[in-house]
Design a protein around this ligand. Structure first.
Ligand code: MG
Length: 461
């Protein structure tokens, strides 16, 4: 009798284990939450003293907070091109001095020959959605549905575009959504124009929650690209006037609420075990708009610059059963997201795709003491402004630290900072570190040899 009971118990245990193994074998889900112009210093968990972000603080506490994480460009379009392809935008014609981003009259977009992360995942039976801002070409051939996304709900370019004639910078501080004729799309259809931006964060959140619920049985990739906090700022009615930081704080607190809704949905559906959620931003804060722009915290510079404040962004990755909580100070970049997610999902990247990214999973998931990324190249349009190797960043060109208007100058003598001891880039140590300067110069020389100039897709009209 005892033996039968023992065998029965063993069978139950075995069946539990095989269920667990089956669910483990299912490809993991991925959610990338990409905010627009949110700065390094805008979240509680990254040191903001007044903006309340309890959901992001909890996400960082339960997950990993990366403090040396970079985007590949300092404005929207090229930054998004890099996230989608894992390539430096300069390689694929997604950078330009003439036009830093795509506009409603642009005829170009992300080249059709480029493979996106959504296309790779879709080819591996993922359900894919973009909810939010695209900004990689609004003509049909460049649209999200032609770039690997089964479902699209959002705006095709920035929320300040298609605006009423004669608007001044001052008008942007008290915006009315009717003055911005931005279309809201569902797949290839315009469902509302102008998009009611007062409700946009709420609607993106509802669409995201619906997508997760619809796909709870299948592996999915959700790219939730919020159009906030890009100026003009629009807060939902439940958030407007609530933050002591003012309208900008209202917006961030609403984005935090949205993150909370997404994570709560995953927990309710028991998808938290097999889902990786990333939260980050496309570039630094838009300081041109004073208190309606964000903060780069202790970092120097802003959106539109290659300084740390323009390109180092908050990065949180969460997957409670797969990721060990910690603060990670090693380098990472949005260029690495494509190779890292493919590696986690055990998907081979097609051999013709040569990315500039590194697989961060040995460090992020397997907790190995490795440094997958040890260098970063800081482009502004088609020029390499600076390069980082280890702790050291060497600048060849400089710009107005606010980013606008651009004031670009070649430095007569490069400047060098040690970002570990001087993250605010205040103390030039160029004269004292010949060895590291030579190493960075050599790194840059080799890098430039491998970058072949291509025609820009941002200049087509
Ligand atoms: Mg942006």
């Amino acid at each position: 009798m005892k033996l039968k009971l023992f065998i029965a118990a063993l069978c139950v245990l075995t069946s539990f284990r095989s269920t667990a193994q089956t669910s483990k074998k299912r490809k993991p889900n991925f959610i990338v939450i990409y905010t627009d112009d949110l700065g390094y210093g805008d979240l509680g968990t990254f040191g903001n003293p007044v903006i309340k972000t309890p959901n992001l603080d909890r996400m960082a506490y339960e997950g990993q907070k990366w403090t040396n994480f970079y985007v590949a460009a300092n404005v929207c379009t090229p930054s998004r091109a890099a996230l989608m392809t894992g390539k430096l935008p300069v390689r694929i014609g997604m950078e330009s001095y003439k036009r830093r981003v795509l506009f409603p009259d642009s005829k170009g977009g992300l080249p059709e020959s480029e493979l996106t992360i959504a296309e790779i995942l879709k080819a591996n039976n993922y359900q894919t959605a973009l909810v939010g801002k695209w900004h990689l070409g609004h003509l049909k051939q460049f649209a999200p549905n032609n770039n690997g996304f089964d479902y699209y709900f959002g705006i095709p370019y920035s929320n300040d575009m298609d605006r009423k004639g004669g608007m001044t910078r001052e008008d942007m501080f008290t915006p009315n959504f009717q003055d911005f004729n931005v279309p809201l799309m569902r797949n290839s259809e315009i469902i509302e124009r102008p998009a009611n931006q007062n409700k946009i964060t709420q609607r993106y959140t509802e669409e995201s929650v619906d997508f997760i619920k619809r796909n709870k049985e299948k592996p999915f990739f959700l790219y939730l690209a919020h159009s906030m906090p890009h100026v003009p700022l629009f807060a939902g009615k439940d958030f407007k006037g609530k933050s002591i930081r003012g309208l900008y704080g209202d917006i961030i607190e609403e984005l935090d609420w949205s993150v909370g809704k997404v994570l709560e949905t995953l927990r309710e559906l028991h998808l938290d075990e097999n889902t990786y959620v990333i939260f980050t931003s496309d570039n630094g804060p838009w300081k041109l708009f004073n208190e309606q722009g964000g903060s780069s915290g202790l970092l120097f510079g802003a959106k539109g610059t290659s300084y740390e404040g323009g390109m180092r962004v908050p990065f949180i990755v969460w997957s409670p059963t797969n990721i060990k909580p910690r603060v990670e100070m090693k380098m990472g970049s949005t260029l690495d997201i494509l190779p890292t997610l493919c590696s986690i999902a055990n998907i081979d990247i097609p051999s013709q795709v040569k990315t500039d990214g590194y697989d961060l999973s040995p460090l992020m998931v397997q907790n190995k003491d490795v440094n997958p990324r040890n260098e970063m190249f800081f482009y502004h349009a088609t020029d390499l402004f600076a390069a980082r190797l280890g702790d050291y960043k060497l600048y060849y060109l400089k710009n107005n630290p606010i980013g606008y208007p651009e004031k670009i100058e070649k430095l007569e003598k490069p400047v060098l900072f040690n970002l570990s001891v001087d993250p605010s880039e205040q103390y030039d140590i160029y004269g004292k570190n010949e060895k590291i300067v030579n190493e960075i110069n050599e790194l840059v020389r080799k890098h430039k040899e491998g970058v072949i100039p291509v025609k820009s897709n941002l200049e087509d009209l």
